[in-house]
Design a protein around this ligand. Sequence first.
Ligand code: ZN
Length: 341
Amino acid sequence: MESDVSLRFEAVLGHAEQKAELQMMLGEKRLPHALLFTGPEGVGKRRLAYVLAAALLCGAEDGRPCGACSSCRALHAGTNPDFCEARPEQAGKSAAQIRIDQIRAICAEASRFSDAGRGRVILIDDADRMNEAAQNSLLKTLEEPAGQVTFILVTSVRNALLDTIRSRCIPISFGALSETILREALAARNIPAAEAEAVAALADGSLGRAIRLAEGGGLAKRDAALSFLEELPVLAMERIFPLAEAMGKGERDALSAWFSYVMMALRDMLVLYEDGGSPLLYNKDVRERLAALLSIYSKASLFDLLALACEAQKRLQANVSLRLLMEGFLIRARDRCGASI
Ligand SMILES: [Zn+2]
């Protein structure tokens, strides 16, 4: 059987130091029983955790999962009994959570197998989504590790975890991916070079985000946000209501993304106010369009608009009428930039 390439450390982009450290600990058989992978969203933390789990369960001497043994094959097929993964689950209207009964179930299973002499791996992705009860429940197992169980917790919001959980895990922190790595990854997905370059600059070091931008029409959405900022100062009052109505018919997620693009453009304009040649722009490919907007927006109005957009994006999560929310935002946003000229 051909070995499974997705189970190779090399298949995870970047993070050479973290990979080397983990492989060294594996090779010396001194991997801690609880690890906490932290770092920005979309940089490959969970993928690396999965490869590490494969390596632990495979038992290959060189610390690299072979991808071909029964353990590796079962892991790939999602049927390896020694691997268990908890992820946030949606229940009703509230945000997805990892609930206490999920944690109890995996901890019970971990202890059941602890006598069998086999290693087990428990991966908790988005560990910050455990509510406090779930975290306290996990804590008991982390305090009294049951046999050869390795816990790998993955989070992009480290501070949402209890101190007591963090202090019992060895942290491995991950940074953003370089634009070069993102460009290469996008090229491998057949994204044209010019678009890959623009997306890589916008993605803030997150491959997950770069892929969503490139494959989810993100650049077009970014351009729409930019066009909005160009039109806002001359937006007629009577256009606001139909515009709010049209935008209010969209999905919450799509509107949230639109606000993100608006905020990134505003943030870029603030950077340009400080240094017109700054390389630190998200939207490097439209530098000229952004610079042209500086003659319309004062610095104070940019801060005001950022605050408005941020507040509106937060309110999206509440149970509000999207049309009314957009109306309120558009009216206030228009006022702020009108006053600035
Ligand atoms: Zn194997």
